[in-house]
Write a protein that binds this ligand. Structure first.
Ligand SMILES: Cc1cc2nc3c(=O)[nH]c(=O)nc-3n(C[C@H](O)[C@H](O)[C@H](O)COP(=O)(O)OP(=O)(O)OC[C@H]3O[C@@H](n4cnc5c(N)ncnc54)[C@H](O)[C@@H]3O)c2cc1C
Ligand code: SF4
Length: 530
């Protein structure tokens, strides 16, 4: 893959402001960098495309430095690309003296300065921005119209309509409907290719060094000047900025190279090792495409098509292709629909009443628990962790320990390069923290040390003993796991999917149950020291 494809002078510089009169303004948000949007299919000299770097967006949560740098750098690259194609562009940088640092105040000012009579914007994916823009539009004298972002495969309300008269929401049912609707991995007889809809059971291996990992080929950008500007503006970031070699794609061409590289080198093993974890590498066989997808450089349809084509060419197995496609055609669209169906209540959900603050080591990775030290350390250095690290290490611990879901949500929303609320919130509060009371996940995603040990190499060399439940050397996951089920027995015992856990609890002597509870109370009162 190319390195430093966008030299510093180009990536960090900002276009000259366009203050000439215009008839129409069109707003592009930082996660709407869709080169193929119909807005850009022809040049209109009366229309100015507006980009804004604003403190409102850097500050709504504390962000990883790479996320702020990558979004701004990608916005700048896209703005330059549009200008080079002849479009009029007004780019408001964070340090522009005319920047009010507030999205709609800037729109007011730009509307006045340009004399425009119309403004259009693409529907935002975040509830917060949707509300802000729709309220602003309702009270403004401009003619304001909204447009589809032309990115997703489904409308916002498709999931809620699909489940309108059903008590239980199951992603699998939505996913099958999506397969039928799109024809993806469908056979000529109208059934699923291979006769099976879902090959999840084939996709649960740990990785022990074989096959070798594909070479990690990422873009590399020198964004030091941009990072300096962000710091000088006083934005409070955390994590390793990697500003000198920023490894995320900043334009569609780079994202396409990453997609191609993944299909050739990562996808063939993606399925088998989808749930594997290792200290040896931070990517394994995952695609690292979520940033490019979520800022809309890539369309979900083209990523799915590339994976399906690799299977039809015989380069990858059906379980692998299906496992990967399900993440995008199923989970990604489903999460978005779930978000729109459940907001704004979802953001406040806390069905289990969890209220502990995050331990300090969420911000440093300095814990003696090897799995968490690695998964959090990697999140801080790369702004990335793969799904099982997010779900079964960090999220698992947060839920077992009883951390406040809103604080966990803010951490996830800030730390990951791909974190945008429409996808982060349902994953964190619904799938990971069971905060919605079990609508999205039919049972809590929790485990004791045995699962983490089985799926990775973290436990070897950990300061804690994965086999012990009690005592100062015992793995904290163990006592916390049983205590979690004891604490939430009234809600969880009736759940048939976790009947086995309660059968085990029922067989425990009272003294053991008491000792587990005491051990868990001990850990939960000293989370900072784990
Ligand atoms: C607690 C928690 C928080 C998460 N927060 C985010 C987030 O903020 N943004 C985000 O994009 N994903 C999030 N995910 C889902 C998933 O972990 C990431 O999409 C994935 O790790 C991104 O890495 P990748 O591109 O290498 O994915 P791969 O493993 O290569 O998967 C391919 C693609 O499938 C999609 N995908 C996979 N799983 C999911 C899922 N559960 N929901 C939606 N899309 C999915 C993504 O677009 C991803 O790029 C979260 C998961 C959990 C458990
Ligand atoms: S022993 Fe426990 S804390 Fe240590 S790595 Fe294994 S699961 Fe994590």
């Amino acid at each position: 893959m190319r390195s430093a494809t966008v030299p510093i002078a180009v990536a960090d510089s900002v276009l000259p402001a366009d203050h000439r009169p215009a008839r129409c303004l069109q707003l592009v948000l930082g996660d709407q960098l869709n080169r193929r949007h119909s807005w850009f299919s022809r040049v209109d000299p009366d229309t100015v495309t507006i980009f804004q770097e604003v403190r409102q967006e850097t500050d709504y949560v504390r962000h990883h430095a790479q996320k702020v740098i990558a979004v701004f750098a990608a916005m700048r690259a896209f703005a330059r690309e549009l200008a080079a194609a002849g479009h009029r562009v007004h780019y408001l940088s964070l340090d522009d003296p005319l920047n009010t640092q507030h999205l709609t105040d800037n729109l007011d000012a730009l509307a006045d300065a340009s004399g425009a009579s119309a403004l259009r914007y693409q529907l935002p994916d975040e509830w917060r921005l949707d509300l802000q823009l729709s309220r602003w539009a309702a009270s403004h004298h401009l003619t304001v119209t909204t447009h589809d972002s032309e990115h997703f495969l489904t409308a916002r309300d498709v999931v809620s309509r699909h489940f309108a008269d059903r008590r239980q929401w199951l992603m699998e049912s939505f996913y099958r409907q999506m397969r039928q609707r799109t024809g993806v991995l469908m056979a000529l007889d109208g059934g699923p290719e291979g006769g099976q809809w879902n090959y999840d059971h084939d996709n649960r291996e740990s990785w022990r060094g074989d096959p070798p990992l594909p070479e990690l080929r990422l873009p590399s950008h020198d964004n030091r000047a941009l990072w300096l500007m962000i710091r000088e503006a006083g934005v409070d970031c955390f994590g390793d900025p990697q500003a000198e070699t920023m490894p995320w794609p900043l334009d569609r061409d780079e994202a396409l190279v990453m997609l191609d590289d993944f299909i050739r080198n990562g996808l063939p093993h993606f399925g088998r090792f989808q749930d594997a974890m290792t200290r040896q590498d931070w990517r394994l066989f995952h695609s690292l495409l979520s940033f490019a997808l979520n800022v809309k450089m890539l369309a979900p349809g083209e990523v799915i098509a590339a994976a399906e084509a690799a299977w039809r060419r015989g380069e990858v197995s059906l379980p692998t292709a299906e496992g990967f496609i399900r993440q995008i055609l199923g989970w990604r669209e489903y999460m978005r629909g779930f978000y729109w169906a459940r907001m704004p209540e979802l953001a406040e959900a806390n069905a289990l009443g969890n209220d502990l603050p995050l331990p300090d080591w969420f911000w440093t990775g300095n814990t003696r628990m090897a799995c968490l030290a690695h998964a959090i350390g990697q999140s801080l250095s790369q702004a990335y962790a793969h799904h099982i690290q997010r779900l079964m290490v960090i999220g698992n611990f947060a839920l077992l320990a009883g951390l406040a879901p809103a604080a966990v949500h803010r951490w996830y929303l800030g730390v990951y390069i791909d974190a945008f609320e429409w996808v982060e919130l349902p994953n964190t509060l619904g799938m990971s923290q069971f905060a919605d009371g079990g609508v999205l996940a039919t049972k809590p995603y929790v485990s004791a040390a045995a699962y983490i040990d089985r799926m990775g190499d973290y436990c070897k060399g950990c300061a804690y003993d994965r086999k012990q439940r009690l005592g100062p050397k015992a793995c904290p996951f163990n006592a916390l796991y049983w205590d979690f089920h004891l604490r939430h027995e009234s809600r969880l015992r009736r759940n048939p999917r976790i009947g086995m856990v309660y059968r085990n609890i029922d067989r425990m002597p009272d003294a053991e149950r008491t000792a587990i509870r005491e051990q868990a109370v001990f850990w939960r009162s000293r989370l900072d020291q784990l």
